[in-house]
Design a protein around this ligand. Sequence first.
Ligand code: AP5
Ligand code: MG
Length: 209
Amino acid sequence: MNLVFLGPPGAGKGTIAKLLKEELNIAHISTGDLFRDNIKRETELGKRVKEILASGALVPDEVTIAMVDSRLKEDDAKGGYILDGFPRTVAQADALENMSSVDAVINFCLADEEILKRLSGRRVCKSTGRTYHIIYNPPKVEGIDDETGEALIQRDDDKEEAIKHRLEVYQTSTAPLIDYYTEKGLIIDLDCSGKPEDITRTLVEKLRK
Ligand code: AP5
Ligand code: MG
């Protein structure tokens, strides 16, 4: 099954993708994670996009499309995938049509005030990308990753100014994709206000139908 996760920053796309990936045994491809991995490894791509991610703006379409095109050609993506955070513009959605056929687009629905709480409380382990929340999903020891023992950090784009910018970018560039995919009959709305396990179960039921 080929799925697209569409939704505002902080709605829980990454969290649900990790659970659903186990359930369906398909690949989880997060463009944000791919960019952050390149930044960490200081690749040419990473150097090019570092400031863009920190500001909360979008990476140019041609760069993002090329990265996804090559990722979708890897073996694990052939048995199905979750595209988490791609497409984010109409140009990216048009490009995806030429790369692969999508079975459903999950529209993550969550109120703005909850989005702000989730983003401002998120903490991550830099080396593994494991995600926590200071209230909703705290580590066993405050500020420390459960498995590696490393200090948790706040993502650069989870600071107040960048959060504001990301939400604006979502409204202007990405939200139009809801209509785009509704017209194609692919949209499945998902209420993301509950517990991750419950949201995932609801999603699996919706996909079965
Ligand atoms: P990306 O990494 O995709 O960021 P995003 O879309 O802003 O989404 P997030 O990862 O912030 O949130 P999420 O929905 O995954 O939520 P999460 O599960 O972590 O992109 C980053 C940047 O990369 C972009 O700004 C852009 O610069 C660039 N980029 C990426 N894709 C691009 C593209 N296609 N084109 C151009 N540029 C691109 O959850 C958030 C928090 O809430 C966590 O703390 C979590 O523990 C908690 N939480 C999650 N679910 C629940 C729940 N049900 N209940 C309580 N807490 C919860
Ligand atoms: Mg994410």
